[in-house]
Design a protein around this ligand. Structure first.
Ligand code: ADP
Ligand code: ZN
Length: 291
């Protein structure tokens, strides 16, 4: 079965041809310009490949209420041209195939739950820590939306006592998770790109503190069976043991599940699909669109 997947991001649009088992055959990437320029390139790709359905994992905010007239639209983004843009509807009309859309992080959560690190658990939270921070929740076969959809990247955190920039950098909340721990926050705090900070730099101790607070908040709010941490910043492998250790400390023994207390190494994990979580998850959205 030929399925299409789109990872719609603020800087690039990644179009994938794959199948219902999550195999990826082809991938092209277009820079994100205004819709009138970007959409025709993507439509041409999926049309030429003859996809039978399309799954879209997109930046947001999105309207995901199937009863709303603007279901499948991007809503209040500041990105030029994309505000109130009917992304799913445009693809549905242009391609004439079923289209399923969700947030980029929910798509990645679905990919990880079905084919990645989440196999064997029925509730999973996926975080990306990259240009921004976002979280998706897969629970018992469903992706959670709620009223709009979660914005886990904007949970408010407590500053680390050694953080030289304890105020944080989010334009809306200053010291939220994204404002403290996204790649650009690291760069502003330390004056150089995150990937240039050596593994023993105190930057990573402070980063691990924020990611541990994120994990603790996630555990007490949602009680997931596993937490998957992806995105560019998590390429810093040394973060994983630091985040696990600090999460246990911050929990203070209050949540007594053996999966957490005795098996932390398999509780907070890297994506089983690596950087393909979003693409594979979007293929799974396409599969769902056909059902
Ligand atoms: P996006 O979030 O835009 O989809 P990424 O997940 O790759 O893309 O995140 C990009 C961010 O991650 C940048 O802020 C960059 O500084 C940071 N980043 C990318 N690779 C690394 C790395 N190896 N170490 C630390 N930070 C990284
Ligand atoms: Zn914020």
């Amino acid at each position: 079965m030929k399925l299409g997947a789109l990872e719609a991001g603020g800087t690039k649009m990644v179009c994938v041809l794959g199948d219902e088992n999550g195999n990826i055959f082809e991938r092209v990437s277009f820079p994100t310009r205004e819709p009138a320029e970007t959409m025709p390139d993507m439509v041409r790709f999926f049309r030429e490949k003859g996809v039978e359905a399309l799954g879209v994992g997109s930046f947001g905010p999105l309207c995901l209420n199937p009863h709303a007239p603007n279901y499948g639209s991007i809503t209040t983004t500041p990105k030029p041209g994309w505000r109130d843009y009917p992304l799913a509807q445009t693809f549905r009309q242009a391609l004439g195939v079923p289209v399923e859309i969700d947030t980029d992080v929910n798509a990645a959560a679905l990919g990880e739950a079905l084919l990645g690190a989440g196999q064997g658990v029925d509730t999973l939270v996926y975080y990306t820590v990259g240009t921004g921070v976002g979280g998706g929740l897969y629970s018992q076969g469903k992706l959670h939306h709620g009223l709009v959809h979660p914005e886990m990247g904007h949970m408010i955190l407590r500053p680390h006592r050694s953080d030289p920039t304890p105020e944080g950098f989010c334009p809306y909340h200053k010291g939220c998770l994204e404002g403290m721990a996204a790649g650009p926050a690291l760069e502003k705090r330390w004056g150089k790109p995150a990937r240039e900070l050596p593994p023993e730099h105190i930057a990573w101790k402070i980063e691990a503190e924020y990611l541990a607070q994120m994990c603790v908040n996630t555990i007490v709010m949602l009680s997931p069976g596993r937490i998957v941490l992806g995105g560019g910043v998590m390429h810093q492998q040394q973060l994983f043991p630091m985040v696990r250790r600090r999460t246990l400390e911050l929990l203070g023994g209050y949540v007594a599940a053996p999966e957490i207390v005795d098996h932390m190494d398999s509780y907070i994990v890297a994506p089983g699909l690596g950087d393909n979580a979003g693409a594979v998850g979007s293929l799974m959205l396409a599969r769902r669109a056909l059902q």
